[in-house]
Design a protein around this ligand. Structure first.
Ligand code: ZN
Length: 153
């Protein structure tokens, strides 16, 4: 495992739509493991593969209470409610802004064994899922910010 360099700000890979993972090879597992290590190293709660320069549909999330979640080819299948909360991104250090997100979402994906999984999250977990799935479509949170905040606010 290795900590990879996080792509930042205007790096074009952040605007790239990530491709579906066709086969879960050892290389894909390596990328997932590096993504987790990179996320922990930077005190993040989520990371999408294009943030480390790999435009594939891979996401890792760890909000502490849940433990590490790896998602391959995730797709949102349900979204409910809306709420506005502050969020940030490892690709935009020092920037915090309010973003409207669904309150509760359900995502389908594959796990590293290639088994279909379905996860439902609300609050911060739902927010992290939506933020990371946006990355896979080449979307970044700063475009959705309705109000920028001081990082300490
Ligand atoms: Zn992000």
């Amino acid at each position: 495992m290795a900590v990879r360099i996080i792509r930042k700000k205007d790096d074009p890979v952040l605007r790239q739509r990530c491709s579906l993972v066709k086969e879960i090879t050892p290389k894909i597992i390596d990328i997932l493991e590096d993504m987790a290590e990179t996320m922990y190293h930077n005190d993040g709660v989520g990371l999408a593969a294009n943030q480390v320069g790999v435009p594939k549909q891979l996401v890792v999330i760890d909000l502490m209470d849940q433990g590490l979640i790896e998602l391959i080819n995730p797709k949102m299948v349900q979204a409910e409610g809306q709420e506005v909360e502050a969020e940030g991104c490892l690709s935009f250090p020092g920037i915090v802004g309010e973003v409207e997100r669904a309150k509760k979402v359900t995502v389908e994906a594959l796990n590293r064994e290639g088994k279909k999984i379905k996860i439902t999250g609300s609050g911060l977990f739902a927010r992290a899922l939506q933020h990371e799935l946006d990355h896979l479509e080449g979307k970044v949170f700063i475009d959705k910010v309705t109000r920028f905040l001081e990082p300490s606010e």
